[in-house]
Unconditional design. Sequence first.
Length: 38
Amino acid sequence: MGKGDRKTAKGKRYNSSYGNARSHATIKAAGTATAPVV
């Protein structure tokens, strides 16, 4: 449960790896590429 734990997002950030805990998809851009609301 720290920097060395690769199961957590902090550990993946420390290890510069990606996975289920830390995906490449940005949360900020979610819902912007969908159909525009008219």
